[in-house]
Design a protein around this ligand. Structure first.
Ligand code: FAD
Ligand code: NAP
Length: 535
C-alpha cells in the first residue's frame, strides 16, 4: 500500500490570483525550480487592473513608483506616458511583464478556487477549483486586498429596470452613458475618479453621497520624457530611498518630520499650499503628526474644506461636499476635477448620510420619500477588503479548522504572511501587513521575495512544513492593534476597519509603517524564521 508520502503532488505551489502579486510569485517560484500553477478567476491577468475598467480609473501613486523593480531591464525599458498611469496602460504593462517573463503558460484563467484543504499526513494542500482538483506542497494566496467587490443590499434592487454596474466589475466593452440619467452611489476613490468622467457623458448625473470625501488634485499629465530619463539614471537609488519611507513611496518629495503644533498658521498655510500644488497623496506628508494629533489634523482638514468652498459655486453643495471625519482616516482620494464637477448643471448631489437610500423602484432610487428616476446606476461602493477574497474560499487547515471561522472576530496572522493552524500557507499582503497602507507594488515584491527566500531555505534544508507559532501570532496581532491605536485611523468607519461591510468585525487590518515592518521581516528570516516552526 502506498503511504501518503509516496503520493506525488501535482505541484510544488499553487498560487491563487494573477495580479501583480500572483505574477511575481510565479516568476520567483520558477526561479527556484518549482512546479507552480496560478489559478485566476478572471478571463485575463492583471487583477485590479483587469477588473476596474471604469472611466477615469488610474493609479494614484506615480507610475514610475507604482511598478515592479525586480528587473532592472524591465524598469529601464518600460516607458510610462503619464504621471499617474491609466488602467489600460497599467494593464498593458502587466501583460508585457507576463509575456516578457513567459508567465502565461503556467496561468490558468477562468478558474476559480473554491476550496483549499491542508492534508496533515503529507504536509500538502488539496485545492479544488470549478474545473478540477490538484495537490501542492504550498498554497499561496495572491487573491488581492481589494478584489472582492461589495454591493450593498438595498431593497428592491432586483426590480430596477435600468442598467447597473459596479466599478470593480466594469464591462470590457465600456459603457456609453450618452443620453442617460445616471446615478452613482459612493464617493470613495472609485467614485471620485469616475464621477467627473460620467458627468461629461451622461445627460444627467445624480451622486448619492453617504460620507463626503477629502480629495487632493492629481495634477496628472504627460510624463516629461526628460524627467523619466533622469529618474532611470538613478532608479535603483530611488527605489531604495522609497523603501525607507513610511508608505513605500514619495522619497522624491519626502514627508516632513515637523510637527504641525510647532509651526505658525502662516507656515502651515504655505506648506499645505505647496503640497496642494504638488498634488496627490504627498499632501498627508505635510506634518508628522497629521494622523496622530486631532488638532493638527483638523487644521489640515479645514485647509481642504476651504479648497472645496473655493471650487464649488453653490454654498449648500460645497457644505455637503465638505467632510467632517478625520482627514486621511478613510483613504485620501486623488482627483481630476472632482469638486468642480458639482458646478455642472447636469450634476446633482443627494445626501444619504442621515436618510439612507430607502429602496430601488423599477424606475430609480428613493431617498427621503423622493424618487430619482434613473436609466443606469453605478455602484462605486468598494470592496470587502483584505479578508473578503480569502473568506470566499473554503480554506481549512489542521483538523479541518476553517480560516473564516478562525477569523470570525477579525483576521489573525503573523506578519500578515501566515496564520497558525495553516501550515505551508502564505498570504501575499495579508491582513497584518502594510499592504493597503503602502505603495502596493513594492509591498507585494517585498512579500514575494520574503516567501521565495523562505521556500529556498526550506528546499536547501529538506524541510517540508512551515507553520506559524501561536505566541508569535498573538503578539503580532497585539502589535498591529496597538500601533493603530496610537493613531487617528480607528476614529471613523473605514474599510481598513471592515466597517463598510455590515456584520464584519471592526478590526484595523493593515500594519502601519512599511520600513519597520520590512526590518521585522528581515530579522525574522535572519533568526531562522523566528515565530515559525519549520520541520
Ligand atoms: P489583485 O490585483 O486584486 O489580484 C487578485 C486576483 O486574484 C484577482 O484577479 C482575482 O480575480 C483573483 N482571485 C481572487 N480570488 C480568487 C479565487 N478564489 N480563485 C481564483 N482567482 C481569485 N494600490 C496602490 O498602491 N496604488 C494605487 O494607485 C492603487 N490604485 C488602485 C486603484 C483601484 C481602482 C483599486 C481597486 C485598487 C488600487 N490599488 C492601488 C490597490 C491594488 O489592488 C494593488 O495595488 C494591486 O494591484 C494588488 O495586486 P494583487 O495581485 O495583490 O491583487
Ligand atoms: P470605498 O473607498 O470603500 O468607497 C465606497 C463608497 O461607497 C463610500 O463613499 C461609501 O460610503 C459608499 N457606500 C457604500 N455603501 C453605501 C450605501 N449603502 N449607501 C450609500 N453609500 C454607500 O471604495 P472605492 O472607492 O472602490 O475604493 C476602495 C479602495 O480602492 C480605495 O480606498 C483605494 O485604496 C483603492 N482605489 C484606489 C484608486 C486610485 O485612485 N488609485 C481608485 C479606486 C480605488 P461610506 O464612506 O459612508 O461608507
Amino acid at each position: 500500500m502506498r503511504t501518503p508520502d509516496a503520493i506525488p503532488l501535482d505541484f510544488d505551489a499553487v498560487i491563487v490570483g494573477a495580479g501583480f502579486a500572483g505574477l511575481y510569485m510565479l516568476h520567483r517560484a520558477r526561479e527556484l525550480g518549482m512546479r507552480a500553477r496560478v489559478f485566476e478567476a478572471g478571463a485575463g491577468i492583471g487583477g485590479t487592473w483587469y477588473w476596474n475598467r471604469y472611466p477615469g480609473a488610474r493609479c494614484d501613486i506615480e507610475s514610475l513608483e507604482y511598478s515592479y523593480q525586480f528587473s532592472e531591464e524591465l524598469q529601464q525599458e518600460w516607458e510610462w506616458t503619464e504621471r499617474y498611469a491609466s488602467q489600460p496602460e497599467i494593464l498593458r504593462y502587466i501583460e508585457h511583464v507576463a509575456e516578457r517573463f513567459d508567465l502565461l503558460r503556467d496561468i490558468q484563467l477562468e478558474t476559480r478556487v473554491l476550496t483549499a484543504h491542508f492534508r496533515d499526513s503529507d504536509n500538502s494542500w488539496t485545492v479544488e477549483t470549478d474545473h478540477e482538483t490538484v495537490t501542492a506542497r504550498y498554497c499561496i494566496m495572491a487573491t488581492g486586498c481589494l478584489s472582492s467587490s461589495h454591493t450593498p443590499a438595498i431593497e428592491g434592487a432586483e426590480s430596477f429596470q435600468g442598467k447597473t454596474f459596479h466599478t470593480g466589475r466594469w464591462p470590457h466593452e465600456g459603457v456609453d452613458f450618452s443620453g442617460m440619467r445616471v446615478g452613482v452611489i459612493g464617493t470613495g476613490s472609485s467614485g471620485v475618479q469616475s464621477i467627473p468622467m460620467i458627468a461629461k457623458q451622461a445627460d444627467d448625473l445624480t451622486v448619492f453621497q453617504r460620507t463626503a470625501t477629502y480629495s487632493v488634485p492629481a495634477h496628472n499629465g504627460p510624463l516629461d520624457p526628460e524627467y523619466q530619463r533622469e529618474v532611470k539614471t538613478r532608479y535603483a537609488a530611488l527605489r531604495a530611498a522609497n523603501s525607507h519611507t513610511h508608505l513605500g513611496f514619495g522619497s522624491e518629495y519626502p514627508a516632513s518630520d515637523d510637527l504641525s503644533a510647532d509651526a505658525t498658521p502662516e507656515q502651515r498655510e504655505t506648506r499645505y499650499q505647496q503640497r496642494w500644488q504638488r498634488g496627490g497623496l504627498h499632501f498627508m506628508g505635510a506634518y508628522l503628526d497629521l494622523m496622530l494629533d486631532r488638532d493638527a489634523n483638523e487644521i489640515a482638514a479645514e485647509f481642504v474644506r476651504a479648497k472645496i468652498r473655493a471650487a464649488v459655486k453653490d454654498p449648500t453643495t460645497a457644505e455637503l461636499l465638505s467632510p467632517r471625519q478625520v482627514l486621511g482616516c478613510k483613504r485620501l482620494c486623488v482627483d481630476t476635477g472632482y469638486y468642480e464637477t458639482f458646478n455642472r448643471d447636469n450634476v446633482h448631489l443627494v445626501d444619504v448620510s442621515s436618510n439612507p437610500i430607502e429602496r430601488f423602484t423599477e424606475r430609480g432610487i428613493v431617498v427621503d420619500g423622493n424618487e430619482y428616476e434613473l436609466d443606469a446606476v453605478v455602484f462605486a461602493t468598494g470592496f470587502d477588503a483584505m479578508t473578503g477574497a480569502l473568506n470566499r474560499i473554503d480554506i481549512r487547515g489542521i483538523d479541518g479548522l476553517a480560516l473564516r471561522e478562525k477569523w470570525a472576530a477579525g483576521p489573525r496572522t503573523y506578519l500578515g504572511l501566515g496564520s497558525k493552524g495553516f501550515p505551508n500557507f502564505f498570504i501575499i499582503t495579508g491582513p497584518g501587513s502594510p499592504s493597503v497602507l503602502a505603495n502596493m507594488v513594492p509591498a507585494i515584491e517585498q512579500h514575494v521575495d520574503w516567501i521565495a527566500e523562505c521556500l529556498s531555505h526550506m528546499q536547501s534544508n529538506q524541510l517540508t512544513r512551515i507553520e506559524v507559532d501561536q505566541a508569535a501570532e498573538d503578539d503580532w496581532v497585539d502589535q498591529v492593534n496597538a500601533l493603530a491605536d496610537t493613531t487617528l485611523y480607528p476614529s471613523c468607519n473605514s474599510w481598513y476597519l471592515g466597517a463598510n461591510v455590515p456584520g464584519k468585525p471592526r478590526v484595523f487590518m493593515p500594519y502601519l509603517s512599511y520600513p519597520i515592518y520590512v526590518a521585522k521581516c528581515d530579522e525574522v528570516a535572519a533568526n531562522d524564521y523566528e515565530g515559525f516552526e519549520l520541520s
